[in-house]
Design a protein. Structure first.
Length: 507
């Protein structure tokens, strides 16, 4: 405030640390002299980190003018702080915060913390159910990691240079997404998945999880049932739970989710979430008979299927199976895709393809949440697709990941009958099913002592786990790392099975 009680923001000049806007509050009616008020506020700013050591202060004339007070008020405040050692004066240069001043709080950390009992802190916000990376000195079979080093930097730079040369839109973009990217995605899905859709049916998202959340908000009411693969993708399941849905777990066998567990009649779920191309986390594929049966069930019970086409781009020898969306003739499937696995999780762009009546509801929700996905990133991805860079990159990465998959399989081939590697037909991770006599947590702990982080299957279950296994994400490891990590895991398995001596001699 100025001398009349108004808030005044005075900007510190350069050089030295960057300029800072100082909110100052002087009140003539407070009973405390204006010079003392100003000195106290500058003292607090210096000791609290708002003013950094070495920061230059405004001249007495400039600050007095900004505050609407006499110059003598500022001069007196500066004199007090100079005497206390908070400030120093330099001939012909001005007044500065003392360079050796001890700061009580790091910059940005001086805000007071509210009490944990505050009413607006009482709602429980669950921790995101994500896999945390291990120490950097350990090899880690992390699920969901990709090899970003393999992306041809020349192609990446060229598309970004082209985007940078184009003028930015002067207004908010279409919440459905950039028309060029929607058209490119529709054409790509026709080539890659045999899925014919109109660009107007495509909505660009900030990733598959935003697509899940948009659907949950547009479709679900509290208490609605959602059928969900068990084990399954924890973050997607958590979204439904936080929207008030009741989860109906669906067991998964070697042919995908089991339809015999789907309730009918009044208990029929409103939504079914599935990852049919490479079930997460078991890695199995939903068989054609079950795909057709699931579509028939959805039509009979007027339910919506969310098809998360996770890992469909990376197949190794197995013929691609048609997507549920391409088989759907009644408009009961929403198709989710993402660029996170084919490029990098850092891209944060995905897409969904929805039936027309639902699409309008989804756009209302998206417009309210974030207006639209970043336009420059969308345009860069559109160029990646239309110029052929994306599909060339996918073809290169299929070969790269296939070699890592083969190395993993070869290194663990001697672990039978204690373990069996599954889910190798597609994707960037495999499921190592363990003999019931072994404990997955024990094997994981033994592997960690040898230098390998291996997640267990158990946390991906909603209820009790009916399988005993480990998850081996190989997308983020190079070929030598895959061989070494798999060799160490084989040693841990042998140790757990009572064959530790032989395993050590083999290593």
């Amino acid at each position: 405030m100025g001398g009349d009680g108004r808030l005044t923001s005075c900007r510190t000049p350069g050089p030295g640390p960057g300029p800072v806007d100082l909110p100052l509050s002087l009140d003539r009616a407070s009973g405390v002299g204006l010079a003392r008020q100003l000195a106290a506020q500058l003292r607090a700013a210096a000791s609290g980190g708002t003013l950094e050591p070495g920061q230059r202060l405004p001249s007495t004339r400039a600050l007095a003018l900004a505050l609407g007070v006499g110059r003598n008020v500022v001069f007196e405040a500066y004199e007090d702080l100079l005497a206390e050692g908070f400030l120093i004066g330099r001939d012909r240069s001005g007044t500065f915060v003392a360079p050796d001043l001890a700061v009580d709080h790091a910059p940005g950390a001086a805000r007071p913390a509210p009490s944990r009992s505050a009413r607006w802190l009482q709602r429980d916000v669950p921790e995101p159910q994500v896999e945390h990376p291990g120490p950097p000195d350990l090899l880690a079979f992390r699920v969901g990691q990709t090899d970003t080093d393999a992306l041809t930097r020349g192609e990446w730079r060229r598309v970004w240079r082209a985007v940078a040369d184009a003028p930015l839109p002067g207004d908010y973009a279409d919440p459905a997404g950039d028309p060029e990217l929607r058209g490119a995605v529709a054409a790509y899905l026709k080539r890659a998945r045999g899925f014919v859709c109109d660009p107007d049916d495509v909505i660009i998202t900030s990733g598959a999880l935003q697509g899940v959340d948009l659907i949950a908000q547009a479709v679900l009411a509290a208490g609605d049932h959602v059928a969900f693969e068990d084990p399954g993708y924890r973050l997607a399941r958590q979204i439904f739970q936080e929207r008030g849905a009741r989860i109906t777990p669906l067991p998964v066998d070697n042919d995908g989710l089991r339809l015999d567990a789907l309730p009918g009649g009044p208990d029929a779920p409103l939504l079914v979430y599935t990852t049919p191309s490479h079930q997460f986390p078991l890695g199995v594929r939903l068989s054609i008979p079950r795909r057709l049966a699931l579509l028939e069930w959805a039509q009979t019970h007027d339910a919506l299927i969310i098809e998360d086409d996770y890992d469909s781009e990376f197949r190794y020898g197995a013929a691609p199976l048609p997507s549920l969306a391409s088989l759907d003739t009644a408009g009961h499937v929403v198709y989710l895709g993402t660029f996170s696995k084919v490029l990098s999780p850092a891209v944060r762009v995905g897409y969904l393809v929805a039936p027309r009546p639902l699409r309008e509801r989804l756009l209302r929700v998206k417009s309210r949440l974030d207006a639209h996905t970043s336009w420059p990133v969308q345009r860069a991805l559109a160029l990646m697709i239309t110029q052929g860079h994306l599909e060339r990159h996918i073809r290169r990465m299929r070969k790269t990941y296939a070699a890592r998959r083969a190395a993993l399989s070869g290194a663990l081939s001697g672990c039978r009958p204690h373990a069996r590697l599954m889910g190798l037909e597609a994707g960037l991770h495999a499921h190592l099913e363990l003999d019931p006599a072994l404990d997955a947590a024990d094997v994981s702990a033994r592997a960690r002592t040898l230098g390998v982080v291996v997640p267990t299957l158990t946390p991906y279950y909603l209820g009790g786990a009916d399988r005993n296994g480990l998850l081996l994400g190989y997308g983020g490891l190079d070929l030598p790392q895959v061989r070494r990590a798999a060799g160490l895991l084989a040693r841990a398995l042998a140790d757990a099975a009572g064959d530790g001596g032989n395993a050590r001699r083999r290593a």
